[in-house]
Design a protein around this ligand. Structure first.
Ligand code: SF4
Ligand code: SF4
Length: 472
C-alpha cells in the first residue's frame, strides 16, 4: 500500500545483525506447514466456504418489526460472526501478531485465482496504476465502509452485511482479472490500510536471517514475492502478507518466520507517513472516538449533539444516519486533527500543518489502535454470549422475538463495564507510551517533539474509557 510496494525494492536499512526473536521455522511442524504446497491456499479456500455461507445466510434478512436493531444484530449469525466476533478479533490479532489474517484471507485467494486464470487465458493484465498502489481508492473504500456504520447500520442489518461481502468478492475477482501482482491487496482492499497501520508492531514477521551480504545473496529476491516486496531486504511488516511464498522459495534458510517482542526496535520506521495512510489514521481516529463515546452513556449524547441539531434544523430525519456518518468520519477527525496538528506545529513537530499531520500519523496510529482494541474487547465480550443461540437459529428471528418478549433470557456480557474500563485504561496508557517510543525511533533527533499531541489524544481516550466504569 505504501510507495514501497510499487517498486520491487522494499526497505533500505538492512541490518547486518541477526534478526532478534525466535525463528518458528526451526520448529519442524511449522516448517512442514509453511513449506506444504497447500499452504496457505487450503486454509484460504476453507475461509472462502465460510465467507460464502455467511453471505448467503445474510441475504434478504432485515431487522424484524418492533425489535431492537442491536439485539437482532447479536441474535443473527451473520452479523454476530462478522461484526461481533471476527472484526474485534482481527483488530486484536493485527496489533499483536501483525498481518496474520492476510495469511488466511479468502479475498486474496479469489483475487489470485482470477489473476492466474486471466494470465492462462492470455488476458493482458496491467500493472497496478501508481495512484491505486498508493492507496487512494483503498482509503475511499475504507471511509465508505466506516460511513455505512452510522449511516445505514451495516453492522446491524444482515442483508447489508451480505451485500458488503458479495461486493468485496466481486471486486477481488475483477481486480485480480484486470491487474497483476496481487493488485487487490495493494490497491483495493478496504482494510489493507488498517492492517498496514495497526500491524507494523506485530510479533510475527517474515525477515531475512541477517548475517550480512552473504545471507542477503542467498535470500530469495523480489521475483519470489507476488506483492512486489524484496524479501532479502524486508525490514518492516507494513506490506508483507505473511503468505510464506519467499519462505517456500528459500531452501538455504536465509529467511525466517520470527516471533519477537512487540514493536521490535530492529524494524525500520518511516519518519513521515504517506498521505493515504495519514488520512486513514485521521478517519479511524474519529470513528474510534465515536465507538468509545458509544459505550459511556454520558458521552454518547454529547457526541451526537451537533448532528442531532443539524438533523432537527434541516428536518432531515430520513438522512439522520448520513449526517451522523459525515460528522463521525469527516467533521470530528478534522476538528481533532486541527487541534493535534496546531499543537504539534506549535512545539516544532513539523514545518507545516500537513507535515505535522504526516509525522504524527504513525505514532498516533498506535494510540488509536489501543482505543480500537478497547472497544473491540467490549463488543466481543458483550456479543459472544449470543453465539449458542445464533448457532441454533442462524436467522435469529425467533431468538430476538423471544428475547423481546422476555421468554428467552438475554445472555449477559462476559465482563462488567468496570473491568472493561480498567483493561481499557491499561491498553490506552500502554498505547500512548508505545507511541512516544515510536516517534522517538522514527526520528531520534526531533521525534520527542511529537510527545505533546500524542499525549493529548492519549489523555482524551483515557478520559473516555475512564467514563465507562461510571467513575466520572
Ligand atoms: S490485504 Fe486485504 S485482501 Fe489482501 S490478504 Fe490482507 S485482508 Fe485479504
Ligand atoms: S511472506 Fe514473503 S512472499 Fe509473502 S508477502 Fe511477505 S515477503 Fe512477500
Amino acid at each position: 500500500m505504501s510507495q514501497n510496494t510499487v517498486a520491487p525494492t522494499v526497505g533500505s536499512g538492512f541490518s547486518p545483525n541477526r534478526v532478534p526473536g525466535y525463528d518458528l521455522l526451526g520448529w519442524r511442524p511449522v516448517r512442514a506447514l509453511v513449506t506444504w504446497a497447500g499452504f496457505p491456499g487450503t486454509l484460504q479456500a476453507l475461509m472462502l466456504v465460510a465467507f460464502v455461507l455467511l453471505a448467503l445466510l445474510g441475504w434478504g434478512k432485515f431487522t424484524p418489526e418492533g425489535v431492537n436493531a442491536k439485539l437482532y444484530a447479536k441474535a443473527n449469525l451473520v452479523n454476530l460472526a462478522i461484526w461481533g466476533l471476527w472484526w474485534p478479533a482481527m483488530i486484536w490479532l493485527t496489533v499483536l501478531v501483525g498481518r496474520a489474517w492476510c495469511m488466511v484471507c479468502p479475498l486474496e485467494w479469489v483475487s489470485s485465482r482470477a489473476e492466474s486464470l486471466g494470465a492462462k487465458l492470455g488476458w493482458r493484465q496491467a500493472p497496478l496504476p501508481t495512484w491505486l498502489a498508493r492507496g487512494s481508492l483503498a482509503i475511499a473504500l475504507f471511509a465508505a465502509l466506516q460511513m455505512l456504520v452510522p449511516a445505514v447500520q451495516i453492522h446491524r442489518v444482515p442483508h447489508y452485511t451480505s451485500m458488503f461481502l458479495w461486493a468485496a468478492l466481486a471486486l477481488a475477482l475483477v481486480a485480480g482479472w484486470l491487474y497483476r501482482d496481487r493488485a487487490f491487496c495493494r490497491g483495493f482492499c478496504p482494510v489493507a490500510l488498517l492492517l498496514s497501520a495497526y500491524g507494523r508492531g506485530g510479533m510475527l514477521a517474515v525477515r531475512p536471517a541477517g548475517g550480512g551480504a552473504e545471507s542477503q545473496c542467498r535470500a530469495p529476491n523480489a521475483r519470489t514475492c507476488r506483492s512486489l516486496l524484496n524479501p532479502a531486504r524486508l525490514n518492516s511488516s507494513q506490506d508483507c502478507l505473511v503468505c510464506g511464498g519467499c519462505l517456500k522459495a528459500d531452501p538455504s534458510g536465509a529467511m525466517q518466520l520470527v516471533v519477537r517482542t512487540p514493536f521490535a526496535r530492529a524494524d525500520t520506521r518511516e519518519p513521515m507517513a504517506s498521505w493515504p495512510l495519514t488520512l486513514f489514521v485521521m478517519i479511524v481516529s474519529g470513528f474510534v472516538t465515536y465507538e468509545l463515546c458509544g459505550v459511556w452513556k454520558a458521552a454518547e449524547p454529547v457526541f451526537a449533539y451537533v448532528p442531532d441539531q443539524v438533523v432537527q434544523a434541516l428536518s432531515a430525519g430520513a438522512a439522520a444516519g448520513w449526517v451522523k456518518g459525515l460528522w463521525t468520519i469527516v467533521v470530528v477527525p478534522l476538528a481533532l486533527w486541527l487541534v493535534l496538528g496546531l499543537v504539534g506545529r506549535g512545539v516544532g513537530a513539523g514545518r507545516s500543518l500537513g507535515e505535522t499531520w504526516r509525522k504524527l500519523a504513525l505514532p498516533i496510529a498506535v494510540v488509536v489502535a489501543a482505543g480500537h482494541m478497547a472497544k473491540a474487547l467490549e463488543k466481543f465480550t458483550s456479543w459472544v454470549g449470543f453465539l449458542p443461540y445464533a448457532w441454533a437459529e442462524p436467522a435469529g428471528v425467533q431468538t430476538v422475538l423471544g428475547m423481546t418478549a422476555k421468554s428467552i433470557p438475554q445472555p449477559g456480557a462476559w465482563l462488567s463495564l468496570e473491568t472493561l474500563s480498567a483493561i481499557a485504561l491499561g491498553l490506552v496508557a500502554t498505547g500512548t507510551l508505545l507511541a512516544f517510543r515510536e516517534a522517538r525511533l522514527a526520528d531520534p533527533m526531533r521525534g520527542r517533539r511529537r510527545a505533546v499531541p500524542i499525549a493529548l489524544l492519549g489523555g482524551f481516550y483515557l478520559f473516555l474509557v475512564f467514563g465507562w466504569g461510571g467513575w466520572l
